[in-house]
Design a protein around this ligand. Structure first.
Ligand SMILES: CC(C)(COP(=O)(O)OP(=O)(O)OC[C@H]1O[C@@H](n2cnc3c(N)ncnc32)[C@H](O)[C@@H]1OP(=O)(O)O)[C@@H](O)C(=O)NCCC(=O)NCCS
Length: 142
């Protein structure tokens, strides 16, 4: 039976293994270290969730966070054999609800252009493609 709960740092080993084995999840070195995820969860304790089977095996994740104004979503994934059962949508709705409770009105996220499944999922779930913006970033510490 599928169950959902907040993500905790004790889930790290299981979660990082899932991310490493999921197409469409962009991992960038230090950003996904245990130290970094611990810090993210400390800053955003109520907006990151896992889906499990009977509270044992983790089969889905979502990390969401906010800066007090805008929300961001990262690492939404569901294990292949459990997809198309509404788990991704459930994880997303939990994160959206928790962000809304924190006063967030708008959510941003990044998805690889090549990720057909991901792009379809976001569109279906009400996320609009902004083709009037450029996505920019700069690494300030590597
Ligand atoms: C994207 C992902 C999380 C969706 O998880 P899921 O549990 O299969 O999604 P759900 O079953 O909750 O589907 C929710 C809605 O999206 C739609 N959807 C899901 N996968 C889809 C697909 N491959 N093609 C078209 N629509 C899709 C469903 O039809 C559903 O719509 P409905 O509510 O009208 O039935 C999952 O495919 C995944 O882990 N992909 C790899 C990681 C990834 O790309 N993550 C996003 C990175 S930004």
């Amino acid at each position: 039976m599928y169950k959902f709960r907040r993500m905790s740092i004790s889930d790290y080993n299981e979660v990082i293994n899932l991310w490493k084995n999921t197409d469409g999840i962009g991992l960038s070195g230090n950003d996904e270290s245990k130290k970094s995820i611990k810090k993210f969860l400390r800053h955003n304790p109520k907006t990151c969730f896992v889906a499990t089977i009977d509270d044992e095996e983790i089969i889905g994740t979502i990390m969401a966070g906010d800066d007090g104004r805008r929300g961001n979503i990262y690492h939404l994934m569901v294990k292949h054999e459990h997809r198309k059962n509404g788990i991704g949508k459930d994880l997303l709705e939990r994160a959206e609800k928790a962000l809304k409770k924190d006063g967030v009105r708008k959510i941003f996220l990044v998805v690889f252009k090549s990720n057909e499944v991901g792009n379809k999922f976001w569109k279906k779930n009400g996320y609009d493609l902004r083709d009037d913006l450029n996505y920019l970033n700069k690494v300030i510490d590597d």
